[in-house]
Structures are given as structure tokens and as C-alpha cells.
Design a binder for this molecule. Structure first.
Ligand code: SAH
Length: 227
């Protein structure tokens, strides 16, 4: 069993080589990635690989995203400490914990009850209590809690869900999400000003599918994400 010092050493190397060298330079994001113990969010048998440059299985056919993808999406959202964030696809809870570290409050939605419960426990154990995890279909957002300063979707959507756009703050609200088919998507950044929405594609990526009313059907074959 690696010691916590060893994990910290691997984590620092991960940040330097996989993130900073590839252009992640937002100080707050880099600091959050340096402190968050990713090994605590992966199953026992994958702990030794927790700081490698790839996604890992977390059970239920789902994955914890690659560290670079977590850092990239977080950086692009330009999070401020006062922001309220909606995350769709809690999964392991690792990205959720990073959001809790950087913002005022996080609502996260996960469709698999077991993953949501497990993620909530881990994040609570780390001392964060500025979050609310919901079990359900996140493709519909959380209309009762809207508007959100930021929305992050960590599962692939077949198209841009209007219902999520409408839950963005009118004052520069931003959403980041992968849009495409089940094999390949484009990471897309949406910005809202009043009733005007602008869209920018950032990079190609591969996430597990968003399954729900405004996502894919539940009989789709789950593919592991490669980012
Ligand atoms: N950010 C997570 C990524 C998990 S993979 C991590 O790094 O651990 C994507 C997650 O989205 C899976 O846990 C999957 O169950 C969930 N998901 C898929 N469709 C969903 C939906 N409609 N609502 C909520 N969660 C969904």
C-alpha cells in the first residue's frame, strides 16, 4: 500500500507533467489539483494508478475522467469563489470535489444511486459541505435551483439541451459540455448574455453517454471515455 506521502509525490508529478506542461496555468485550478486526493475516488484495485494520465473504471460501466480533462474543463469555466455551479454526472465525485474547493456551492446530479451515495460520502469525509447531490436525470437540469453561474456536464450529450441553456444565469452564465455521438464529441463552451447564447468548440473528446430525456436512450452501449 502506498503511503500518503507517496500519493502526494505522484500527485505533484501529475500536476507538473500532465497539467502545467500542457498549458493549465490558472493558479487556483492548479492548487486544487495539487491538494485533491484522486486516489480516494477510485476503487481499491486502481489506487496505484490514480495519478496516471487516463480515465479509470469506477464501476457501473462508468469512469472517472482523465486528470487533464478535469483540469481543462475547470479552467475553461473561469470559476469565481462566489459562483453557484450545477454539475451533471457526479460519477466518482472527484470533479465535484474540485468544484466544491473552488466555488460557493455545487449542485451535482447523478443517475446511478450507488455512485451518488459513494461520492457524497467521500466528499463529506474530505470536509466539504457546500454541496447537494441529487439522484435523477440531470439532462433536465435542476429547474428549482436555477439560475446557475456555471454548468458542467461530464457525460456526452447528443445535442445542446435547451433546458440546460435556460437554467444559465443571464449575466454571463457559462456551460461546458461534450456534444456529439457516442464515439466522439466536441467539448463546447456556451456563454449566455440575456437571451443571446454564443458557442465555441474547444477540443475533441470522448465521454460516456448522458442518458436521459434530453440525452441518449438507456439501451445505448456504454463506452469508456478515453479522455
Ligand atoms: N465527473 C465524473 C465523470 C463520471 S462519468 C468523474 O470524473 O468521476 C459520467 C457520469 O454521468 C456517470 O457517473 C453517469 O452515471 C452519469 N450520467 C449519465 N447520464 C446522466 C444523467 N442523465 N443524469 C445524471 N448523471 C448521468
Amino acid at each position: 500500500m502506498p503511503t500518503s506521502r507517496e500519493y502526494a509525490r505522484w500527485r505533484n508529478r501529475m500536476v507538473d507533467e500532465q497539467l502545467v506542461k500542457r498549458g493549465i496555468n490558472d493558479r487556483r485550478v492548479v492548487d486544487a489539483m495539487r491538494v485533491m486526493p484522486r486516489h480516494q475516488f477510485v476503487p481499491e484495485e486502481f489506487k496505484a494508478q490514480a495519478y496516471e494520465d487516463r480515465p479509470l473504471p469506477i464501476g457501473e460501466g462508468q469512469t472517472i475522467s482523465q486528470p487533464y480533462m478535469v483540469a481543462f474543463m475547470t479552467e475553461r469555466l473561469r470559476l469565481k469563489p462566489h459562483h453557484t455551479v450545477l454539475e451533471i454526472g457526479t460519477g466518482s465525485g472527484y470533479q465535484t470535489a474540485i468544484l466544491c474547493h473552488l466555488t460557493h456551492y455545487v449542485y451535482s446530479v447523478e443517475r446511478v444511486t450507488r455512485l451518488a451515495d459513494h461520492a457524497g460520502e467521500r466528499i463529506g469525509d474530505l470536509g466539504y459541505n457546500n454541496l447537494d447531490i441529487h439522484v435523477g436525470d440531470g439532462s433536465q437540469g435542476l429547474p428549482d435551483q436555477a439560475a446557475f453561474d456555471r454548468i458542467m456536464v461530464t457525460a456526452a450529450a447528443p445535442w445542446l439541451p435547451n433546458v440546460l441553456c435556460s437554467q444559465l444565469s443571464k449575466h454571463g452564465g457559462q456551460m461546458i459540455l461534450p456534444i456529439g455521438d457516442e464515439h466522439l464529441q466536441e467539448l463546447t463552451l456556451i456563454t449566455r448574455r440575456g437571451e443571446r447564447f454564443t458557442s465555441r468548440t474547444l477540443l475533441r473528446c470522448r465521454f460516456v453517454p448522458l442518458i436521459g430525456r434530453f440525452g441518449f436512450d438507456s439501451d445505448i452501449n456504454s463506452q469508456p471515455n478515453i479522455f
